[in-house]
Design a protein around this ligand. Structure first.
Ligand code: HEC
Length: 115
């Protein structure tokens, strides 16, 4: 009986999260800058300043999306390019490949946009 209850609860849980997930993702289409800030602090901050344009290991990213050109390569700034820089790295920056989900990349972008 207990086993059945546990199973029923698990099933109800997964059905509920399955139903809720699209709504939650839709709500976060613009990205969660607070989550992005955490990810940045964990991974990017050792090499990139968020509060200046000064170069540490990589260029400071303050105001990244307010500029026309990427700070190191001079390519035109775009969301797609920043995501690709994160996934593929280049110019001394490591590639993070599939470390981040699409949602996490969007969260990182939301944070970078706010700098
Ligand atoms: C180990 C150090 C290191 C880490 C960690 C790192 N980067 Fe970089 N990053 C660099 C270096 C070095 C460059 C300069 C690349 C070049 O000269 O082309 C760079 C360049 C960039 C650029 C500018 C690219 C251009 O075209 O000008 C962006 C944006 C960027 N990094 C974002 C990030 C983000 C976001 C993270 C975290 C997910 C991150 N980086 C993690 C070292 C790092």
């Amino acid at each position: 009986m207990l086993k059945h209850l546990a199973l029923a609860a698990t099933l109800a849980g997964s059905v509920a999260s399955g139903w809720l997930a699209p709504a939650v993702q839709k709500g976060k289409a613009a990205g969660d800058a607070a989550k992005g800030k955490e990810l940045f602090a964990q991974t990017c901050a050792p090499c990139h300043s968020a509060s200046s344009k000064a170069t540490n290991v990589g260029p400071g990213l303050k105001g990244l999306f307010k500029e026309k050109k990427m700070p190191a390569t001079g390519r035109p700034v775009s969301v797609a390019l920043v995501k690709s820089q994160i996934q593929k790295g280049g110019g001394g920056m490591p590639a993070f490949g599939s470390k981040y989900s699409a949602q996490e990349l969007t969260d990182l972008i939301a944070y970078l946009r706010a700098l």
